[in-house]
Design a protein around this ligand. Sequence first.
Ligand SMILES: N[C@@H](CCC(=O)N[C@@H](CS)C(=O)NCC(=O)O)C(=O)O
Length: 233
Amino acid sequence: MITITALKWVPALPRGQVRDYRARWILKEAGWDYRVRLVGGRDDAAGFQARHQPFGQVPAMEEDGRPALFETGAIVWTVAERARVLIPDDPGLRNLALAWVFGALNSVEPYVSNLVEARYFIPDAEARKRREAEALPMFRQRLDQLQDAIGQRDWLVGDAFTVADLMMAGVLIIVDRMDMLGGWPILKAYLDRATDRPAYRQAVADQLADFEGHGPRDMGWDPKDFDDADVKR
Ligand SMILES: N[C@@H](CCC(=O)N[C@@H](CS)C(=O)NCC(=O)O)C(=O)O
């Protein structure tokens, strides 16, 4: 049986975006059963999270007889390959799908993450404005380039939804949640197509359900650092 790790609780903003949903999504596309191990707080103190994910993050995917896997790109690709779902049969298209998985994680996500960091993790207002102004040009360039690459196509590789789209959608979801996709209508329509899949909707619903009954204390965080609305969730 496969087990994936997920966080016990997060505040409102990252809900539905914590990256374990990418692992849940591909496992649901594969139709594979899995368990979820919720981590955070005392588990971290015991080094639990770090033992299974060298960077102390979620998700990790554990399975008897195999080393635990980390990195959503590796988890998604491995499940897709083993289950033979969302992977093109044609070897050339398969390689192209892999190129787009790397492209999502290596050429688009870092510029999205730069903007997220500038917007949400810099307490000083002046510094925040400066960092955001620095992050925006490359962020915009990458979205322009991606929009050109998709053009009139429905999907990145061939004519069907593949792992490449799952991972690229996983990055664009972050942009959409920042309300920043408005200037890229082709990408917005592409994202809407990708997330209009039962496996995606169920993955997110399951993640949200797992936060129920938990709060900041379960993560070792002080409730005073969060809005009341967040804490009551
Ligand atoms: N590159 C990693 C990123 C994983 C990641 O950023 N996980 C976040 C949640 S979305 C996390 O665990 N954050 C907690 C921490 O860094 O302590 C992947 O794609 O799996």
